[in-house]
Design a binder for this molecule. Structure first.
Ligand code: TXA
Ligand code: MG
Length: 337
């Protein structure tokens, strides 16, 4: 790959950053690491470049993009007004894996926000992302650098798999430390609503601003995880292997797991096990990489043990539920559709 360039994750080389910034200024696309996942970046105020993001990802135009900023000076003019709690949250969690949805200023093209009156803003802490934003001096729109519907990329190799020559440059800084995407928090509602659980846990937000709600889509899926039945959720973050969820009390889960393993062996199917071994941080960090690993091993089925719905576990559960294409956890009784 001649558009893949290595970059030091702690101390990004100035000449590589300048090369990337030049491409962005010219309306090009640069895939770069953030602390959560790799992003597919373009200048947020450049309409042609924004259009290229949607084409490269095969992303539907109704799905709005996150706009990344370097500091509050860059963020402020993008917002119509400062909602309550914004400054408190930004001072506590920025830079970091928290995205804040606020009323947008008119200068942001409607294409960026899928013609919503709001914009999602995020200040990443990853040194490469921060350096790139400093070099361009302009906001960068960046969705995760995967093809739409595929697991988000936590390594440059994943970006190559999905987007290869659809992007002008890929900055390879190794695996991303958080591994799941940012928490998306809607500040236009009161109390604020988590639209997507992610790198900053709900509990941490509540320590700072009090009550935070979960969007009903998130809540319903998490609540229904223990029930069998046909799912309705959009299949997303999906590996090619079928994802079966195992949820509930640990002793029962182990019994179910053992039975499923025996059944799959009898059917001559191969499987891949996903579990947290008591560490939600590590589960989040390795989740998407393991989904892709299961695919590269041609596993028929991924057996995923759901972590408890707290801390980073909430984000992991959300991604697993979406990957399974069904909010229903398998108890082994499900048919083989
Ligand atoms: O960690 C992350 O957030 C990564 C890195 C690259 O920053 N980005 C990311 O972007 O995950 P993307 O596009 O894959 O996911 C953005 C999510 C989508 O679910 C989108 O619907 C939501 O944020 N979103 C963006 N703008 C929004 C808005 N104005 N209102 C509500 N939701 C919004
Ligand atoms: Mg994404």
């Amino acid at each position: 790959m001649n558009n893949l360039v290595k970059i030091n994750p702690q101390a990004p080389e100035a000449e590589v950053i300048e090369q990337a910034a030049t491409i962005l200024r010219g309306g090009g696309l640069v895939a770069f690491p953030t602390e959560t996942v790799y992003g597919l970046g373009a200048l947020a105020l450049n309409l042609k470049a924004i259009h290229r993001i949607f084409l490269a990802k095969e992303r539907p135009d109704w799905d709005p993009l996150i706009v990344h900023v370097r500091d509050m000076v860059m963020a402020r003019p993008l917002m119509k007004r400062l909602p309550p709690d914004f400054e408190l949250l930004a001072s506590r969690f920025w830079p970091g894996p928290l995205t804040l949805v606020v009323e947008k200023d008119d200068q942001i093209p409607g294409e960026v926000t899928a013609h919503r009156p709001t914009v999602a803003l995020r200040m990443p802490w990853h040194p490469v992302a921060a350096a790139l934003l400093a070099a361009t001096g302009a906001p960068i729109a960046a969705p995760s650098a995967n093809r739409f519907g595929r697991p988000s990329p936590t390594r440059a190799e994943h970006v190559v798999e999905d987007l290869a020559n659809r992007v002008d440059l890929i900055l390879d800084a190794g695996p991303t430390p958080v591994g799941v995407e940012s928490t998306v928090l809607d500040l236009t509602q009161s109390p604020p609503v988590i639209l997507r659980p992610g790198g900053v846990p709900r509990e941490e937000l509540e320590k700072v601003i009090g009550e935070v709600r979960l969007a009903s889509a998130v809540e319903d899926e998490t609540a229904r995880a223990g029930l069998a039945g046909p799912g309705m959720s959009l299949k997303h973050y999906a590996p090619r292997a079928r994802v079966e969820l195992l949820d509930g009390e640990i002793n029962e889960t182990v019994i179910t797991l053992k039975r499923r393993v025996e059944e799959l062996k009898r059917e001559g199917k191969t499987f891949y096990l996903l579990a947290n071994y008591g560490d939600d941080r590590l589960y989040a960090q390795t989740l998407f990489d393991q989904m892709r690993d299961a695919d590269s091993q041609h596993a028929d089925v991924i057996l995923a043990i759901m972590p408890p719905a707290r801390g980073l576990g909430l984000a992991v559960r959300d991604r697993l539920l979406r990957a399974s294409g069904s909010p229903a956890a398998s108890d082994g009784e499900k048919d083989e559709s």
